[in-house]
Design a protein around this ligand. Structure first.
Ligand SMILES: NC(=O)c1ccc[n+]([C@@H]2O[C@H](COP(=O)([O-])OP(=O)(O)OC[C@H]3O[C@@H](n4cnc5c(N)ncnc54)[C@H](O)[C@@H]3O)[C@@H](O)[C@H]2O)c1
Length: 336
């Protein structure tokens, strides 16, 4: 246990939610499932939203995050506003002494994300990025097989995503296969084709975030193999979110049509997996959020869990930036 990061005397960890929209409610429900944690503050500029969530969990409602941080002094803060406000709020919460779980993407610009990561390092608090796709059971299953060497050395990975999931896909590739060091890319369409305004507001033009009509890209991994990435917002989101195909020196393994109703997707392989852990049962996408929030709480307690840190959020953004530059220049772009 990391005692210096915990409340004294075995008290419950105090959690505050900033941004009580869709994700704020999901984070709050996930914290509420844990013993040893209590929600003490909910903040939204729309007061009724803050009040509704606060009332549900017996917390105090606020319409100003700075006032809330000063009043309730949370150990943990979830930042669930849209991207344009992540940096300011996260930095304030870190400086107030809280550990922060920030929704993806980490920030609206690279400079903001760097400032967030630097602040967390300076004040000695944990900054995590909500990359919940890491908690998809079939992704965990595949990672276990890869890490234990059961399915051989990757030679080629191909990943197709719905545009909404592309940035999660980037993080998944790093989670499963290690660092991406350079990219090439071709993009078609522009941000005006992305339907939901919240996905565009304030986000730098230098970041891809959500590919519109089509993205085709090559990702070069530190370990020497190549990834082929394809993404489009024109998929039907209820029908398709993500698909991953892996060729190793032993054979072929694919997680097909991971989707809202069954985010594990279907296993398709020519490998003999008979004596290996079984492929997980189907789960809906909605069940990926709570495990990610719970892992963050465990990390704050000092338990030996791996979480997506602020550094992972920043790296994903650097890859987004490299994809934009690669499309603009037609060159292979190295990522520093
Ligand atoms: N991890 C995932 O799979 C996933 C899924 C959906 C959305 N997200 C991310 O979650 C974040 C929030 O998305 P959402 O869909 O919940 O948005 P939302 O619009 O439903 O909620 C955002 C809330 O923040 C409030 N808000 C705005 N400025 C504020 C401020 N200064 N202080 C306090 N509250 C403020 C808004 O009033 C709103 O209620 C985004 O970064 C989005 O990309 C992640």
């Amino acid at each position: 246990m990391n005692e210096k990061l915990l409340p004294k005397g075995g008290e419950k960890m105090r959690v505050a939610i900033i941004g009580c929209g869709g994700q704020g409610r999901i984070h709050a429900n996930a914290y509420a499932q844990l013993n040893g944690v209590k929600i003490v503050g909910c903040c939204d500029v729309v007061e009724e939203r803050a009040k509704e969530l606060a009332d549900k969990f017996g917390a105090k409602a606020f319409n100003n995050y700075a006032t809330m941080l000063e009043t309730v002094r949370p150990d943990i803060v979830s930042v669930c506003t849209v991207e344009g406000q992540h940096a300011e709020i996260t930095i304030a919460a870190l400086k107030a002494g809280s550990h922060v779980l920030c929704e993806k993407m980490l920030a609206a610009t690279l400079d903001e994300a760097k400032a967030m990561v630097e602040t967390a390092q300076k004040v000695g608090r944990i900054l995590a990025t909500q990359f919940n796709y890491r908690h998809i059971p079939s992704v965990r299953w595949l990672k276990n097989l890869l890490d234990k060497g059961f399915i051989g050395e990757p030679l080629l990975v191909t990943m197709m995503t719905h545009g909404y999931c592309h940035h999660h896909g980037i993080d998944l590739l790093r989670f499963l296969f290690g660092e991406i060091v350079s990219v090439q890319a071709t993009l078609r369409g522009d941000r005006s084709e992305v339907p939901y305004k919240g996905f565009k507001d304030g986000i730098s033009d230098d970041l891809l975030y959500i590919p519109s009509r089509a993205m085709g890209a090559l990702a070069y991994f530190e370990r020497g193999f190549v990834g082929v990435l394809a993404s489009s917002i024109r998929h039907q989101v209820t029908d398709f979110m993500l698909e991953l195909h892996l060729l190793t020196d032993k054979g072929r393994i694919a997680l097909r049509r991971m989707r809202n109703a069954n985010i594990c997707g279907e296993l398709d392989t020519n490998l003999d997996l008979q004596n290996l852990p079984p492929f997980p049962e189907p789960v809906p996408f909605s069940e990926t959020f709570a495990p990610s929030v719970h892992a963050f709480v465990a990390a704050v307690k000092g338990e030996p869990v791996t979480i997506a840190k602020g550094e992972d959020g920043l790296r994903a953004m650097k890859i987004e930036h490299a994809l934009v530059v690669a499309n603009r220049t037609g060159q292979i772009v190295q990522i520093d």
